[in-house]
Design a binder for this molecule. Structure first.
Ligand code: DX5
Ligand code: ZN
Length: 219
């Protein structure tokens, strides 16, 4: 593939030193911020006040991944905070098109996320309303899980539908992305890659980003 975006997930960063942790990934294309509410997923991370502060200090655009119940109610405030993109889960949204329009109206890119067991076909018709499709490659909730190869056919089908439609929709993958698995995801048609442990677990996070980038671009 020609060009790809690497979005390190700060889920694997040191939450007490976020400003310094952001400084370690200056070669990234954006920062992936995982918001978990202990309802949609079993885990709990950070919410709007912390994300607003990260937005104020970050030199990189923020890419929020909302793993929360009732995104119809809570997601628009993340767009109001000035984030570059806001992604909600279709399993949790009751009116995904209305929500995507709300996000775009507030100046953010709209992303729609699917868990590994959620089929993409019922959502293909909604893609004109979206800027990004996030295909989860692990069950959402925790970092450090192994990449699920069973999601590859879904990435392929989504990529071919998007290519056929000519829509400018990015395909993001999230979960278990390593120098090895990024090649399979890129080959299947993904072009935005979230990596938590592969970046923040490395001695040199910026070097890990360029290794991931190189690996995806040669796929
Ligand atoms: C999982 C999160 C991911 C997570 C990825 O629910 O959405 O963004 O941080 O972490 P790794 O890359 O370690 O699988
Ligand atoms: Zn995520």
């Amino acid at each position: 593939m020609a060009q790809c975006c690497i979005h390190p997930s700060i889920l694997s960063a040191d939450f007490v030193n976020l400003e310094a942790e952001l400084g370690k990934i200056s070669s990234a294309d954006a920062v992936h911020v995982d918001v978990m509410d202990n309802h949609f997923v079993p885990n709990l991370t950070i919410g709007l006040p912390v994300v607003e502060r990260i937005q104020e200090i970050s030199r990189l655009p923020l890419d929020a991944h909302l793993m929360i119940a009732d995104p119809d109610r809570w997601a628009p405030a993340y767009a109001d905070a000035g984030l570059n993109s806001v992604t909600f889960h279709v399993e949790a949204a009751s009116a995904p098109v209305r929500l995507a329009r709300e996000l775009r109206k507030r100046g953010a890119k709209a992303g729609m996320a699917l868990k590994p067991g959620t089929a993409v076909e019922p959502y293909l018709d909604l893609l004109p309303e979206m800027d990004m499709l996030l295909i989860m490659t692990v069950e959402p909730g925790f970092g450090g899980q192994a990449f699920l190869d069973v999601t590859l056919p879904k990435i392929r089908r989504a990529a071919s539908a998007i290519a056929g439609s000519g829509l400018p929709v990015a395909i993001q993958v999230d979960g278990g992305v390593t120098e090895e698995t990024i090649q399979r995801a890129a080959e299947a048609g993904a072009n935005v890659f979230v990596a938590g442990s592969a970046v923040y677990g490395a001695e040199d996070p910026d070097a890990a980003i360029s290794a991931l980038r190189k690996s995806a671009e040669t796929a």
